[in-house]
Ligand binder design. Structure first.
Ligand SMILES: [Zn+2]
Length: 283
């Protein structure tokens, strides 16, 4: 894992989100968990070497941010927004999250198969929220403050975790740093507002949901990507293109690579992004 500051540890180089932990004078706070089983077990061990885990915060309900919670049972209190709780590992038309976690094993975590639960066993206790909130929530641990700011858009229960003492914010997938943006379960207008909320923070480090650590400057790039997507699909609708034609012709595949381990999903992402926007703009 990489140090963002001496107290912040984050992993940007394995398949899944950028799981992180912060060390404080009174234990550790985990933000999002590794999707790959052996990585989850390993990160828990590493984090606990710095002291007991006090809280595990999930920034959103997408499988690559929450599946690893299963391997953090008994390690601190799980905290997330009502919108994460309500959508936790729920099968949607675009994705079966459990199957998605499983399909990554052969290529990205063969050793994880031995500790991968069967579906029924998993759903009995996936380790979801013990503290579930609406609005914003502030936690204090040791000398650190963790401001959980509701920033819906990418997902309904999205939070940004602002840690003023570290001059850092953990945005979840409100920021895709130098990689493809997934927006099929999103409200793009709310997402643009979320970016403005984050831009108001007095910070030096933006820990994105995917891709390298970045800065506030990159918020403009993310904003542009969202606006370009929406404008391109709106223009397609205005030209009278069908959904099929829009999905085929509107894409941003040349803009960025897909995040690590998901390279094979380039078409899927672009087709679902275009299709979901088409449905929303023609509803
Ligand atoms: Zn996401």
């Amino acid at each position: 894992m990489q140090n963002v500051t001496p107290n912040i540890f984050t992993e940007t180089k394995v398949r899944g989100c950028n799981p992180s932990y912060i060390t404080t004078s009174d234990g550790v706070v985990v933000i999002d968990t590794p999707q790959l089983p052996t990585k989850a077990v390993q990160m828990r061990k590493e984090a606990e070497a710095h002291g007991p885990i006090r809280y595990l915060i999930n920034t959103e309900h997408h499988v690559d941010h929450i599946f690893g919670n299963y391997y953090f049972k008994g390690a601190g209190t799980v905290v997330h927004h009502q919108g994460v709780y309500d959508n936790f590992m729920v099968v949607g038309p675009e994705l079966d999250p459990f199957a998605y976690a499983q399909e990554a094993l052969p290529t990205d975590d063969p050793d994880g198969a031995a500790i991968f639960p069967d579906r029924e066993e998993y759903y009995q206790d996936p380790n979801k929220g013990q503290i579930v909130f609406t609005g914003d929530l502030t936690l204090r641990v040791g000398g650190h403050t963790f401001e959980l700011i509701h920033t819906p858009g990418h997902t309904p229960g999205q939070v940004a975790v602002h840690v003023p003492e570290e001059r850092a914010v953990f945005t979840g997938d409100t920021v895709f740093s130098e990689c493809q943006t997934w927006l099929m379960t999103s409200n793009v207008d709310e997402w643009l507002t979320a970016l403005e909320t984050i831009r108001d923070l007095d910070i030096d480090y933006v820990v994105p949901g995917h891709g390298p650590i970045t800065t506030k400057e990159y918020l403009f790039v993310q904003r542009s990507m969202l606006m370009e997507w929406k404008t391109a699909v709106a223009a397609a609708v205005a030209k009278g293109w069908s959904r099929e034609e829009t999905v085929e012709r509107v894409h941003f595949k040349d803009r960025y690579p897909v995040d690590i381990g998901q390279e094979y999903m380039m078409d899927y992402i672009n087709e679902w992004n275009a299709g979901s926007l088409y449905d929303k703009l023609t509803a």
